[in-house]
Design a protein around this ligand. Sequence first.
Ligand code: SF4
Ligand code: SF4
Length: 168
Amino acid sequence: MDLKKFRAEASRKKTRLTKFLKKLDKVVPTDIHEIVTVTDATVWRDIDCTHCANCCKTMTPTFTPKDIKRISAHLGMDAKAFKAKWLTKEEDTGDWVNVLQPCQFLVNNMCSIYEVRPADCAEFPHHNKKPFDDYNDTFTNNLVHCPATLTLVDRLHKVIRREYEGYD
Ligand code: SF4
Ligand code: SF4
């Protein structure tokens, strides 16, 4: 994965795809989930997360209390020490997030706590969420972070523009 090329592509396509996602907020094709499922399958034929890890390098997951308990136990630490060592509490949301970027658990481009990683990481990039259009703000934000999301939204735009009016 050439992340420099991805950043250039994201910057080129961001305005058009953001506009498309905004439109998708208001007018949702009835078969959106079928379209997403079929299109998403094509994305994962072309993108391999183990050659990317850009989410782990440029974003932070939210660590729920359950995540913190599970991961700290896995590392043989107590939850308080784990939070003090790696996390900070966001003032506006109260969420526990990483202090460091890239994530401290990213080793050789792989997650070193994969089996016990935060639920947020396990669900990322959220392409299977339903209703899909409830997550348009997330996808808009992730266009510049995740090559899989950029590719999915770009392909969705092409498919939906071809099949429905008003998505140019
Ligand atoms: S916990 Fe693992 S999957 Fe989650 S951001 Fe860190 S390295 Fe990536
Ligand atoms: S989820 Fe997206 S950003 Fe994260 S590794 Fe996969 S393609 Fe890259």
